[in-house]
Design a protein around this ligand. Structure first.
Ligand code: 2U9
Length: 345
């Protein structure tokens, strides 16, 4: 019996040494150490031994079992380590390889110019106010000193939904709403960007839907010089520090006095060229001091409060800044146009 156990140990150790994978090793474990294995068989025959030999043989059988189990365990650890090392070697990443380029989109040129203008005014203490595109006749016209009978109210010029409801023709109703909410107590400093709608035949410079950015400042002692200083900062930040501005008298029902602002032409530096039609100046926006009627209608005491307002078309600003020659490019989603405004390349 002793001889048999020593043989079994030798056989098993040799098998373990030769095993080339974990499965083979496991088969050896099952065949030698399992319940139906040869060691168990040997132990079953112990009944035939003398009382003296039985514990000796039992101890030897246990020792053989432990030696085989330990050898399997050690070989298994070595094999597992080798497997991890093999896997690591095969999965090595070459971090020096150039990356695959990721295709990115970019902001629409109108979004870009609107955000640039918003950031500029936020930097001067303004907040952004946005409101409905479907407006009442009251906020779109009446509250802005555009009384009944004004040509803007004509079906030819506006998209009416009912007699009293229309698509807003400018973002000014949002300023009127903001003033009304403040119940006559200033100050106000807001920028209102958004879509507006007018009945127009679309061509290179007209669109039935376009964007506007309007600004409104209301407070005590707000003067025309504040407006001029603000517009000067705006023009220089958007078109370049070397731009000059000039204000020309104009008319808007909601401002008095009203002006139009030009910037000196960047192409010819004021000398006169085809872009500025020989004048040296390019029209950018309209503005003025808020009409006392507009202040009073919104609940402000026009003796105590004054304000200025301005309005511009981001399409036109972006056309001038980026050299876009047709307003319809903004709305037709041609990627060849849109890609030109990518900041990645
Ligand atoms: C309130 C009071 C006054 C907003 C103003 C303009 C002048 C103006 C146009 C320029 C080209 C719009 O994009 S455009 O079509 N706007 O010239 N807008 S003053 O004045 C306001 C607005 C609201 C309560």
């Amino acid at each position: 019996m002793e001889q048999r156990l020593v043989e079994l140990q030798q056989e098993a150790l040799e098998g373990i040494k030769k095993a080339t994978d974990l499965k083979e090793l496991n088969d050896i474990r099952v065949s030698y150490l399992g319940k139906k294995g040869p060691i168990t068989e040997v132990l079953k025959g112990m009944g035939k031994l003398s009382a003296e030999e039985r514990p000796k043989m039992g101890a030897l059988a246990n020792e053989v079992r432990d030696v085989i189990a330990k050898a399997i365990e050690e070989k298994q650890a070595v094999m597992e380590e080798e497997e991890v090392a093999k896997k690591l070697a095969s999965e090595t990443i070459d971090v020096t390889l150039p990356g695959r380029p990721v295709k990115t989109g970019n902001h629409h040129p109108l979004t870009r110019i609107i955000e640039e203008i918003e950031d500029l005014f936020i930097g001067m203490g303004y907040t952004i106010a946005e409101g409905p595109e479907v407006e009442s006749d009251y906020y779109n016209f009446e509250a802005l000193n555009l009384p009944k009978g004004h040509p803007s109210r004509d079906m030819q010029d506006s998209f009416y939904i009912t007699e009293e409801i229309l698509l807003r023709t400018h973002t000014s109703p949002m300023q009127a709403r903001t003033m009304e909410k403040k119940e006559g107590k200033g100050p106000i400093k807001i920028i209102c960007p958004g879509k507006v709608y007018r009945r127009d035949n679309d061509d290179a410079t007209h669109s039935h839907q376009f964007m506007q950015i309007e600004g409104l400042v209301v407070g005590e002692n707000i003067q025309m010089s504040d407006l001029k200083g603000t517009l000067d900062v705006f023009a220089k930040k958007i078109f370049g520090e070397d731009r000059e501005i000039r204000l020309r008298p104009s008319f808007f029902p909601f401002t008095e006095p009203s002006v139009e602002m030009d910037i000196s032409c960047k192409i010819c530096n004021g000398k006169g060229c085809s872009v500025c039609k020989g004048t040296g100046w390019i029209e950018i926006l309209g503005a003025g001091m808020v009409h006392p009627n507009v202040l009073e209608m919104a609940g402000y005491d026009s003796k105590k409060y004054t304000g200025f307002a301005f309005g511009m078309g981001p399409e036109r600003i972006a056309m001038l800044k980026y050299g876009v020659d047709d307003i319809r490019h903004y709305y037709t989603n041609d990627v060849r146009f849109l890609k030109q405004f990518s900041i990645h390349e």
